[in-house]
Design a protein around this ligand. Structure first.
Ligand SMILES: Nc1ncnc2c1ncn2[C@@H]1O[C@H](COP(=O)(O)OP(=O)(O)O)[C@@H](O)[C@H]1O
Ligand SMILES: [Mg+2]
Length: 250
């Protein structure tokens, strides 16, 4: 498989706080890769660094072999990368359609935006049914779909999604992942996703990185990490042989 994204030993600081230390990861074309880690691990900072929102003080980030370090977020977006930030922010009083248009507006061209809007309603039939509804009246799962659809309006090839499962019921989490995996097929997307929990993610991701305390602690394929024990140790930082009673949030 061709490598699409290479994060190569990046370190990021906010003032005196080192939020990422020598973080490396790769994402191949067509993969679904998940970064799992507790609150404060550095997950959002990792996605922000890739999308150009923060600049690492060391290391490099390459998209299709070309360094994107230090470029503006808009420049990086134009290379085919789109970020869905955490928090499912929608414009609550605007309709579903208007929310999507805001995503397409970034491109500027009106006829393209129209075609992209139609494409979104084909890709997301649930949103098509609710196109004239104020986004604030959608369920949490539907709002997550909407923010993903808005990010896909610009036809990215790499989509970064920050904690899509947060606060959603397990059944809805599965629906969100079904949607994301379906998008991978139908919109040729590659996905890098942040999550705090691991149990459902193991079902859906190809590969997983565990991030804790600003560092990558563990990486492996979902098959390799299937029993969850190694993930739990890396997530909580247990020493070898420690009895791990703590549970990663569902
Ligand atoms: N804008 C910021 N300014 C200062 N510290 C920040 C900022 N954003 C995040 N941090 C800190 O950096 C660390 C990593 O945060 P973050 O990347 O948001 O972790 P996660 O997404 O895994 O919860 C945390 O200690 C957090 O408090
Ligand atoms: Mg975060």
């Amino acid at each position: 498989m061709t490598t699409l994204l290479e994060v190569d030993r990046i370190s990021v600081r906010y003032g005196n706080l080192v939020a990422l230390r020598d973080v490396s990861l790769t994402v191949a074309e067509g993969e679904v890769v998940c970064i799992i880690g507790p609150n404060g691990a550095g997950k959002s900072t990792t996605l922000a660094a890739i999308a150009g929102g923060v600049t690492p003080f060391s290391g490099d980030i390459r998209l299709q072999g070309e360094s994107i370090l230090g470029r503006q977020p808009e420049q990086i977006a134009r290379l085919g990368l789109s970020l869905v930030p955490e928090g499912r922010h929608v414009f609550g009083t605007l309709t579903v359609e208007e929310n999507l248009k805001i995503g397409g507006f970034v491109q500027g061209d009106r006829s393209t935006a129209r075609a992209d809007l139609d494409r979104m309603f084909t890709l997301f039939p649930r949103l098509a049914e609710r196109r004239t509804m104020p986004a604030g009246r959608l369920s949490g799962g539907e709002q997550q779909m909407l923010v993903v659809a808005r990010a896909v309006m610009t036809r990215p090839r790499l989509l970064l999604v920050d904690e899509p499962s947060l606060g959603l019921a397990p059944r809805i989490v599965d629906q969100i992942y079904e949607m994301l995996l379906d998008l991978r097929q139908r919109a040729n997307l590659t996905l890098l996703i942040n999550e705090q929990s691991s149990n459902r993610i193991l079902k859906h991701a190809d590969r997983i990185y565990v991030l804790r305390g600003a560092r990558i602690q563990l990486e492996g394929t979902a098959a390799e990490l299937q029993d969850g024990e190694a993930i739990r140790s890396a997530y909580f930082g247990f020493e070898d042989g420690a009895t791990a009673k703590a549970e990663i949030p569902a």
